[in-house]
Structures are given as C-alpha cells and as structure tokens.
Design a protein. Structure first.
Ligand SMILES: [Zn+2]
Length: 502
C-alpha cells in the first residue's frame, strides 16, 4: 500500500492518492468504502459493479464478523482468500472489526479476552487470535486491529480500560500476523474523552502500522463534541499515513470527518437509503436547487432525496435524477422503480443501490475538487446550509400534512427504522439514571429525550434525539436543528412515507 497527500485545504482537510496492489488504478481520497455483506454490496452482483464509477468504486469494506458462521477460515483460505472467493480480483478489500449493518459492538460483554458483538447468530466474543486467523484467511488489502468500542456515556474508568485493551490487542494482532499479509491499520478508540482519544492515538502511532482506523463513533456522541474528538486524534497522527473512520455516514458527517483530516469512510448510509426505498437527489453540480413552498408539499421528498415508495411517483416517467449517468437513470423511470418496490421485486433495490452509490461517489468527487481548489470550508458551509434549508422546509410541509390528516400520534413501525446510531437501554451515567428512573422502567429512555409507549416526545438541547425504541436498543437521530429533528420524527410517524428520513 502506498499513500500520499497531494493537497490541503483550510487547515486539516486533505486530498490524497491511495495505491493498492489489487487495484490497477490509484484511488483518490477522501474516498468512500462501499459497504458489503460477505464481500459484495448487498444488492449489486459482481457483473453489475462495472456500472459504477471506476476506480472510485473499487474500495470495498468488509468484516470478518460476516464469516462467523460460515464459510470457515480454512475454506476461505483454501479458495485463495476473499478476492478469489467473490471473484473480484481488481477490487481492494478493507476489513474492520465492525459491521454497522448487522453486528453491533456490545461493550458489556467485552472483557480482557476479547471483544463482544451482537450478531445474527447471537452474542459472540471474538479473541485476537480468532480475529487474526479470520483476517489471514480473507487476505484483505487493509485490515484494522481489534478494538474495544464503547458508547459515549460510559465512565472514565471504562473508557480507560477500552483504550488499554485496544492498544494491547493491537500488539497481539501485530504479533499474531506472522504471515504479514495486508496493511495493518491501528485501531484508535477513546469514547467521548478527548484525553483518552489522544492517549490512544499516541500509543498507536508508536507501533508499526501502515495507517489508522478510528472507531467508537456513531455510538451516542453528539455532532458538537465529535469535531473536537476527531481533531484531537488527527493532530497526533502523522500526515503521511492514511486515516479511516467508521460510524460516520451522512453527508454532513462525511464533511465533518474530512474537515478533521480523515481519508477513508466506511458508511452504511447507501445501504440504509436503499432498504428504505430512498434515492439521493441533492445537486452535484454546485447549483442550489431552490424550491417553492408549493413544491415542498410533495410527499416523499425533502429535495435531498426522494422516497420512491410514495404514490406520487406511480406515474412519474422521469429518471430518478435528470442528467444522471448511472445505469438506473439511463434505463429506467421513477414509475418503474415505484412499481418494483410495490411488488417487492429485488430489482428495485438493485437499481436504487446503483444510483445511490453513483450519486454518493459523485459527492465525494465534489469534496475532493473543493479541497484541491482550496475551498473546502466554503463548499462545506454552502452544502450544509442548503441541505438544512431543504430539510426544514420539508418538515414544515409534512407537519402540515400530518395535522391535516390527523396523523399526529401514529405509532412508529419498528420494521421501517434505519438507525444512524444506537444506544443501549440498560446503560447510562448515574445522573441520568436518577433523572429518568421512572421512564426507564417503561424501557424508553436515553439522555434527555424520551419516547414513551411508542409516542414521540423530544428535547433537542444536545441535538441528539431518539426517534424510536426497539428491543434492547434505542435508535436515534442526530441533527443540526430542532426543526430537522422533528422532520425525522414526522417522517417516521407519517403513514404516507412509511420510512423515516435520516
Ligand atoms: Zn442515477
């Protein structure tokens, strides 16, 4: 692996070039890693990958956790590794000890022997030896060492322990990786403590690693504190090695990461959009698509994305985005995708994932261009303001719709939830325990926001919001403005769209 920074903008934002032996062409950073299930994007077959922009789409995120049940490391190894197994020899795999789609870290089950995860096959404890064995069989181009990821609200003591364990496991992973395959990224954690993040970064920098994997984000921290945490880490890291972050996915979060000097992002945003029937539509040419109030009453759209399940698209014969060069937009219409969604044809998800990936890679291209032009801050500010306006306008229109139809108190449907982060119900600091003990008994509580018996309520003091409680977890929405937060809740509760925005 070779990496070089080519341009800087506004202090920390940087554009670079990553060269991996599996990829014939070098990949420009900041770059998006496409999330995969067992080596492939969930809805895109290998032969359809050619329809995505190249070489931007040649970085694939994977996780050994996908292969806990089968096939065994021995089988994968005898096939010749992940590249041979899925037949993608010109694509680079980046493995991390986290899978944001299915396997969530379980900090309570983690102990000194290994990290615990909630997986589809139950709670599993993964030890460094087992982890390195799986990595060795998969032969990814880049892999991150094991981490003890903890949510933002754990005690200082637990946070310190997580850093100590993560650093020790990094030493274990380096020692166990006798074959020396793939570039190792040292895991950096530290929860919501700037001091612990710094300490972890300083320890990892001393080790023989090719880059850095920053974990522990998307686990309950607020947008406001995240910038300080990211900056504290990247300040310590050497410029010449790449940095990857997990848990940041929304465009605003990507921009926040880029502003802190992150190069690689593994995000499940596209996956969740596609599952919800959403297609990205925000402008990629830098122009502002200002819309009038009457247009905003359009159901299923907030003008940064559209929900193609909405009946308004049933007779819409236009492509998802006019002028988009993706396979879906070149060959199909909104009406057809709406039909496919209605009849539960998987082709709908295939077309949506192609478009959404195409569109999001275009967004990354714009980010790189802004950095190269030295105008990243201006780009970021313009983009966020434009998107926030659209979300707020859409919220107002949707609230009006909900009121007109008397849908103010409709219960959310858990099956349509798409999480942006999660919080474990049994956790929380002592202050909050006292404050919320009564609502805790009803199993719906977290921070200062509450959702009782399926009904919505809110407190936007920290910009952190619960939209629903589901089983042992509370799914939450992080937003920039109270109105945008309400938008998320309204979307969740409005029967017209069925699926929340995020
Ligand atoms: Zn398209």
């Amino acid at each position: 692996m070779q990496f070089a920074v080519k341009a800087w903008s506004n202090g920390r934002a940087r554009a670079g070039v990553l060269q991996l032996s599996s990829c014939p062409n070098s990949i420009e950073t900041p770059a998006l890693l496409l999330s995969t299930m067992k080596g492939l994007p969930e809805f895109i077959a290998p032969h359809l990958l050619q329809f995505l922009p190249s070489p931007d789409s040649h970085l694939l995120q994977t996780s050994p956790l996908h292969f806990l049940e089968c096939p065994s490391p021995k089988t994968i190894s005898s096939i010749g590794g992940l590249h041979q197994m899925v037949g993608l020899t010109e694509y680079a795999f980046v493995a991390a000890p986290r899978d944001s789609i299915q396997c969530l870290p379980n900090c309570e089950g983690t102990n000194k022997f290994g990290a615990s995860f909630e997986t589809p096959c139950g709670r599993r404890l993964i030890k460094p030896k087992e982890y390195v064995e799986m990595i060795s069989s998969m032969e990814p181009d880049i892999w991150a060492s094991m981490a003890d990821e903890v949510p933002a609200w754990v005690s200082e003591k637990r946070n310190r322990t997580s850093v100590d364990r993560t650093v020790r496991w990094l030493d274990d992973c380096i020692a166990l990786n006798v074959a020396g395959g793939g570039a190792i990224f040292g895991a950096i954690v530290g929860g919501s403590s700037v001091e612990e993040r710094c300490r972890c970064a300083q320890e990892v920098v001393r080790r023989n690693v090719s880059g850095f994997w920053i974990g522990g984000f998307g686990l309950g921290e607020s947008m406001e504190e995240r910038s300080a945490l990211l900056n504290a880490v990247t300040d310590v890291l050497p410029d010449e090695r790449p940095r990857q972050v997990s848990g940041l996915g929304l465009p605003e979060e990507i921009l926040q990461g880029v502003a802190a000097g992150i190069d690689l992002f593994d995000s499940t945003y596209i996956h969740h959009l596609t599952l919800g029937g959403f297609a990205l539509t925000f402008q990629l040419d830098g122009t502002d698509n200002h819309v009038s109030g009457s247009q905003l009453s359009e159901i299923g759209s907030d003008h940064t994305k559209i929900n193609l399940r909405a009946t308004v698209y049933r007779k819409d014969t236009s492509p998802i985005v006019d002028g988009c060069s993706c396979y879906a937009c070149q060959n199909h219409t909104r009406a057809y995708i709406n039909h496919l969604l209605n009849v539960h044809e998987m082709l709908a998800q295939i077309l949506l994932e192609i478009h959404n990936t195409h569109h999001y890679l275009g967004f990354f291209r714009l980010v790189r261009a802004a950095i190269k032009a030295g105008e990243f801050d201006q780009f970021r500010q313009k983009f966020i303001e434009s998107r926030r306006d659209h979300l707020v306008f859409a919220m107002v229109s949707q609230l009006q719709n909900a009121e007109e139809h008397g849908h103010g108190a409709i219960k959310p449907s858990p099956k349509c939830l798409r999480p942006n982060g999660w919080i474990e119900l049994d956790s929380g600091n002592n202050e909050e325990k006292k404050e919320t003990s009564r609502s805790r008994s009803s199993n719906f509580t977290c921070h200062r926001a509450r959702l009782r018996n399926g009904r919505r309520s809110c407190d936007d003091e920290r910009g952190v919001f619960i939209i629903a409680a589901w089983g042992r977890y509370v799914w939450m929405w992080k937003a920039f403005a109270p109105l945008a937060i309400s938008n998320a809740i309204t979307d969740l509760c409005a029967p017209e769209t069925r699926t929340p925005t995020f």
